[in-house]
Design a protein around this ligand. Structure first.
Ligand SMILES: CC(C)(COP(=O)(O)OP(=O)(O)OC[C@H]1O[C@@H](n2cnc3c(N)ncnc32)[C@H](O)[C@@H]1OP(=O)(O)O)[C@@H](O)C(=O)NCCC(=O)NCCS
Length: 174
């Protein structure tokens, strides 16, 4: 049964889960858009607190949001390459759901859980650590309503060239 109410949201815990995410990444993004396994491993190793999965009752990964922190107001190419623990912007690089679970509200729940998780992260860290004050992502045009319903504001076309898609900058200030 594919019931979004039964999903559990938590950070990825193992390299096997990163491999499972990579299968969805490969299917959901074109080869010039999607992250390589090496890049996903890097993000898992350096920014696991920003790699949130939705898991079904059997513990299988159903979808995920994957990001890095950056010292820039919007998603940049640099933020795709590296995680800056002193950056106050979370740059979301992937929002991806198993095709068997799509159009059931998983991404909407994931985005909601993600915002909650980042707020919790801010409350949990030491005063000397960098708090996150913005979530930023690049959206496809047809998905802008998905992000706006999740609380993001669309700023317009992004200057980032990534694959052949035209991307739209979306942000949420916390
Ligand atoms: C985009 C994606 C994450 C959406 O996941 P999902 O779990 O199916 O999304 P939801 O069920 O929460 O969708 C909520 C609403 O978002 C919009 N939406 C979702 N997918 C859409 C699509 N492919 N085209 C247009 N609108 C879409 C719809 O308004 C939908 O409501 P509806 O089903 O009542 O019409 C999923 O299709 C995916 O993994 N795609 C491949 C990777 C990708 O493109 N990621 C986004 C990059 S910006």
């Amino acid at each position: 049964m594919k019931d979004v109410d039964t999903l559990e949201f938590q950070n990825l815990r193992s390299v096997d889960e990163v491999r499972a995410a990579r299968v969805f990444e490969e299917g959901g993004y074109t080869s010039d858009e999607g992250a390589s396994l090496a890049s996903m491993r890097y993000r898992f190793d350096h920014a696991r607190h920003l790699f949130l999965g939705a898991f079904d009752q059997k513990g299988s990964l159903v979808g995920y949001v994957m990001s890095t922190q950056a010292n820039a107001p919007l998603v940049t190419h640099r933020s795709m390459e590296e995680h800056d623990p002193h950056g106050s912007t979370v740059c979301i690089h992937s929002v991806c759901v198993n095709p068997l679970w799509q159009r059931k509200g998983v991404a909407s729940r994931l985005l909601e859980a993600y915002t909650r998780a980042i707020r919790n992260y801010n409350s949990s860290i030491d005063a000397s650590e960098c708090k996150i004050n913005r979530l930023a992502l690049l959206s496809r045009k047809n998905l802008v309503p998905l992000y706006e319903r999740a609380g993001y504001t669309t700023l317009g076309k992004s200057s980032v060239v990534h694959g052949t898609e035209t991307w739209y900058d979306c942000i949420m200030d916390l």
